[in-house]
Design a protein around this ligand. Structure first.
Ligand SMILES: Nc1nc2c(c(=O)[nH]1)N[C@H]1C(S)=C(S)[C@@H](COP(=O)(O)O)O[C@H]1N2
Ligand SMILES: [Mo]
Length: 213
């Protein structure tokens, strides 16, 4: 007799994803749209991207849309894991590396965390090391196509090694912090760290030291 777990393993192998799907995740049809609140209207004349908070020189980093468009871009192939359990595999993300902003507007020496801010006050907090991960990009394109408005046009953060709520759509800036501060979903019961391989879904699973009180 095959157990339900064996059958699950067989199905994943049949889909050719093997060990690539984190525990509890499934592959949906297409690319679902998921967010809280309305899709913001994009106004290129007033749009800007800011790096603020505890910068090394105390100055603000600011890019207009035109200036943002002149930043170097890079591509990363990665999977997207939503805490509601869908995973969209093999996306080719193109955008500006978080490291580009860390170099252009460096954080002060005692910065440990960042809050990434988006339209309407959405935010997600990240450890500086997670934010600086090689795969983390402020994404403008997926599979060579510009993001659609509901997927975050013009710019969203993607942090492939964490659950997708850590990647704000319609991103507008980064705040450098010298102490951790919970973002939008982290204040509403989601795990502070969000590693899908450890199934860090909810704040009640946090261990001492995983997050601020
Ligand atoms: N601004 C904003 N970004 C957001 C969210 C949100 O509510 N607002 N939801 C997050 C969550 S929970 C997920 S799973 C992904 C979904 O991205 P998608 O709609 O492109 O699949 O966006 C993330 N980014
Ligand atoms: Mo999500």
């Amino acid at each position: 007799m095959t157990s339900p777990l064996d059958r699950l393993g067989a199905r994943k192998r049949a889909q050719g994803v093997g060990d690539r799907l984190p525990p509890g995740q499934y592959i949906p049809r297409g690319w679902p749209v998921l967010h809280y609140g309305p899709v913001p209207k994009w106004k290129p004349e007033t749009w800007d991207f800011k790096v603020f908070g505890e910068t090394a020189d105390g100055e603000l980093g600011r890019w207009t849309w035109e200036e943002f468009g002149r930043l170097p871009t890079t591509s990363v192939t990665a999977d997207l894991h939503c805490v509601t359990k869908f995973s969209v595999l093999g996306n080719v993300w193109t955008g500006v590396s978080t490291r580009t902003f860390l170099e252009a507007a460096p954080p002060a020496a005692d910065v440990t965390h960042v809050l990434v801010w988006a339209e309407y006050g959405y935010s997600a907090n990240l450890r500086l090391s997670d934010f600086a991960d090689e795969g983390a990009l402020f994404v403008t394109h997926r599979d060579g196509e510009p993001l659609s408005p509901d997927h975050g046009f013009p710019v969203r953060l993607v942090v492939p090694h964490l659950y997708a709520w850590k990647g704000p759509k319609w991103a507008r800036g980064v705040e450098y912090l010298t102490a951790d501060r919970r973002g939008f979903w982290e204040e509403r019961g989601y795990h502070n760290l969000a590693d899908p391989w450890q199934e860090q879904r909810y704040s009640y699973q946090e261990e001492p030291g995983d997050g601020p009180d």
